[in-house]
Write a protein that binds this ligand. Structure first.
Ligand code: C2E
Ligand code: MG
Ligand code: MG
Ligand code: MG
Length: 284
């Protein structure tokens, strides 16, 4: 970097930082993102969803990656917001569902049971054709509706709650279940949670990270688990990173989780390998 050469005060450094953060990483990326979709540079990784008692894989979450020809693998935090702002998330979102449908078929053939979840953005609900497009997509992949699940965060409800709930109900009627992502970080009330056609709550990983560290976080985790149980929801812990967290969760009756303790998100081929290893181990 040549920044040090031309600093008059701090102004250039600040300008450089601004450019780093804004133009190079966002504005300049926008046309590239459309090109990337056309060139099929996006791919889905899968993180196993695991039974915290037995370690058995009982599902997965699909997480998008951008395989950039020069920059390598780019994580969604660097481009999803931009896709939302530019509207690209709508066509990209359909690509994700279709790709997940193809992958689900292969995973099923490898013996996967349970759900494969796909993250839905609030922005996708602003597309008038969301429900009809999903309906068309799932007829192409008949195994999809029972195994596919959509994750959404509470922020999806903030713009037009009534419309989003109506879409969610129509999608549920197609046989696709919903889970609430990053549970505990938003403003959901009891009554809101009851109104939503949601079968699963995913406890945000920020609370799981506090297990064994922060008494407050442990109390929050216990409370979220109890709340979910009282509302008859399945509960999944995200970001399980160690044995202490796993044991705490099982002790408090949260029996499903995902996290680096088990596996990071991996390619479909690597996920199939994990499934095969598992069936080989149980055959012994
Ligand atoms: P999310 O849906 O809450 O996904 C979980 C994120 O936590 C993933 O990051 C995953 O790699 C990470 N993670 C999993 N286990 C652990 C762990 O044990 N420790 C830590 N520190 N992190 C863990 P990723 O893949 O970078 O995704 C980030 C976010 O990007 C997702 O958060 C989701 O909001 C969004 N996203 C990812 N894929 C898609 C997609 O296909 N569509 C949409 N609309 N959003 C997506
Ligand atoms: Mg998610
Ligand atoms: Mg999450
Ligand atoms: Mg999260």
């Amino acid at each position: 970097r040549t920044r040090a050469k031309h600093t008059h005060g701090h102004s250039f450094a600040i300008y450089d930082d601004y450019l780093d953060r804004h133009s190079r990483t966002t504005a300049a990326l926008e046309p590239e993102l459309w090109r990337a979709l056309q060139k099929e540079e996006f791919c889905l990784y899968y993180q196993p969803r695991v039974c915290l008692k037995s370690g058995k894989i009982i599902g997965a979450e699909a997480l998008i990656r951008w395989q950039h020809p020069l920059l390598g693998l780019i994580l969604p935090d660097h481009f999803i917001q931009l896709c939302e702002r530019s509207g690209l998330i709508v066509p990209l979102g359909y690509w994700i569902v279709e790709q997940a449908g193809k992958d689900i078929r292969t995973f099923q053939q490898t013996g996967l049971e349970g759900h494969v979840s796909v993250n839905l953005s609030f922005r996708q609900f602003q597309d008038d054709y969301l429900v009809s497009s999903l309906e068309r997509l799932i007829t192409l992949y008949p195994s999809q509706p029972q195994m596919l699940e959509f994750e959404l965060t509470e922020t999806a409800l903030y713009t037009d709650e009534a419309h989003v709930i109506q879409c969610m109900k129509a999608i549920s009627d197609l046989g696709i279940e919903f889970s609430l992502d990053d549970f505990g970080t938003g403003y959901s009330s009891f009554s809101m949670l009851q109104k939503l056609p949601i079968s699963t709550l995913k406890i945000d990983r920020s609370f799981i990270a506090g297990i064994g560290q922060q008494a407050d976080d442990e109390e929050i985790v216990r409370t979220l688990i109890r709340l979910g149980k009282n509302l008859n929801k399945n509960i999944i812990a995200e970001g399980v990173e160690n044995e202490q967290q796993r044991a705490f969760l099982v002790e408090h009756d949260c029996l499903l989780g995902q996290g680096f303790y088990y596996s990071p998100p991996v390619t479909p081929a690597a996920f199939i390998q994990l499934l095969n290893q598992q069936s080989a181990a149980t055959a012994l």
